[in-house]
Design a protein. Structure first.
Length: 466
């Protein structure tokens, strides 16, 4: 009992106001997510202005590989960080440091394998991902170069989770921020001064990723909580298995996004060819809108990540009132962001698209219509990622995984196949809002059910007397 009372007095997750905790945890996470999204946005901006519409379409074709890198990084990084923290909490530093070492070697080994596979199967991949005859050359050049950065991108993203697990969220954010700034500066230098075209954007991305990876590596040699040595980097199957188990849910979510992106590219290419717009205009517009949408989702995901330690700790301590407060305040913040994004997407679609370069009147007409329809339910899109993370945070991994798959795999993917058969190119546009609405209904229903359960159990947990 005395130990419990001391814990209540000293642990800020249990005693600090939930609103302040959310700000402390969410802001660094939001910034890190936004900076990661900037890599793609900045490339899209410079390529749109100095290469043109076909260059933008080429980056969209390459985008599934970027998503796959993020999926692998989350598998290794989140899985490794979770095992690291669990064992540190149990006082088993020997196991903890080996999990950190195995997460690091997982990132690099899988990153190198992905780079090699991409190099060997580059052209078939680009065709499979939706490249047209006009965009194929640009796609081969851009992806051929950026694939060299895959091991560094995966290591940076995965390693940043270990840096946060070691208690340094700001340094983790700094690693990503420095790489993004270098990428931006080199984009401007390579494309406006040296006129390197799409090659310049690709090399700027790789160099930024290498610098970020070096910063993460330097930190890992000076871990605060344990001493990481070369012997801890020896791969062990049992450690890899446990890392993969805890990192599977966010990995699956990213892979689902990749599958949807590939299908969407091919649907837009096929049905676009049968429309007045042709194949390349829909492909280019979808690439820009996907990355702008990713910028919005980065903020929502950052909020949900900031919520996670608060929810997890207080759920374990049976402080269910604080759990619900954290969840609903997170949803309130994410909803405010979502409403602002919805208004921007509906009122200023042409202005947003024009940031990424010029195009024909047909190009802008399609972009405006696609933006308004495809992103129509932006104002409710925050529920699905926040609720999915809530279930994962309270140990309900199956419910969290189900929520992660609802929009992308269970609804959007079948609709992308079925609706265009009936409505052509319009069917591809309307698939997203239909999937968004159904995913929201399920997420909201599951959230209400869980809220009622926690409210019923609150008196039994003795929280009122505490």
């Amino acid at each position: 009992m005395a130990t419990q009372m001391m814990k209540q007095q000293t642990n800020p997750l249990e005693t600090k106001p939930v609103g302040r905790l959310l700000a402390e945890f969410a802001i660094p996470s939001i910034i890190a997510m936004l900076v990661s999204a900037l890599y793609n946005i900045v490339d899209q901006f410079f390529i749109g202005h100095y290469v043109g519409m076909l260059g933008n379409a080429a980056t969209n074709v390459a985008f599934p590989l970027t998503i796959s890198c993020t999926a692998i990084a989350l598998l290794c990084g989140i899985g490794g960080a979770a095992n690291f923290n669990l064992n540190m909490g149990r006082g088993n530093e020997t196991k903890a440091v080996r999990y950190a070492g195995n997460a690091i070697n997982m990132c690099f080994i899988i990153g190198i394998l992905l780079c090699i596979v991409t190099k060997i199967f580059l052209k078939p991949m680009m065709v499979m991902f939706g490249a047209t005859d006009q965009t194929l050359t640009y796609s081969l050049i851009y992806t051929g170069i950026t694939s060299l950065g895959f091991p560094f991108l995966i290591f940076t993203t995965g390693g940043s989770n270990l840096v946060r697990a070691d208690g340094s969220p700001r340094f983790s954010m700094l690693c990503t921020l420095v790489g993004a700034l270098i990428n931006t500066c080199l984009d401007a230098l390579f494309m406006t001064v040296f006129h390197m075209g799409i090659k310049g954007a690709a090399w700027a991305t790789v160099i930024g990723q290498v610098v970020s990876a070096v910063l993460v590596a330097l930190y890992l040699t000076r871990f605060k909580t344990v001493r990481l040595q070369l012997k801890h980097l020896q791969p062990k199957a049992s450690y890899w298995g446990n890392i993969a188990r805890l990192g599977m849910s966010p990995c699956i979510n990213q892979l689902a996004m990749m599958v949807v992106q590939v299908v969407l590219n091919n649907v837009l290419t096929f049905y676009g060819a049968q429309s007045e717009y042709g194949s390349d205009i829909p492909l280019a517009c979808a690439g820009i809108i996907s990355k702008v949408g990713m910028l919005f989702f980065s903020i929502v995901i950052g909020i949900s990540q900031g919520m996670q330690p608060i929810v997890s700790f207080n759920y374990g301590a049976q402080k269910y009132k604080r759990v619900l407060e954290a969840v609903w305040k997170s949803i309130a913040c994410a909803t405010a962001i979502s409403i602002v994004a919805f208004l921007c997407f509906q009122i200023f679609p042409r202005q947003i698209i024009s940031i990424f370069g010029e195009g024909s009147e047909e190009y802008f007409q399609f972009a405006e219509r696609y933006f308004r329809i495809y992103m129509f339910f932006t104002f409710i899109n925050q529920f699905q990622p926040v609720v999915a993370n809530m279930f994962t945070s309270i140990g309900k991994a199956a419910a969290g995984a189900f929520m992660s798959l609802t929009r992308q795999i269970l609804f959007l993917l079948p609709l992308l196949v079925l609706l265009p058969k009936m409505f052509g190119l319009d069917g591809a546009m309307f698939a997203a809002p239909v999937a968004d609405l159904v995913a929201f209904i399920i997420a909201f229903s599951m959230l209400l059910k869980e809220t009622h359960r926690l409210r019923r159990e609150t008196p039994q947990a003795g929280e009122e007397s505490a």
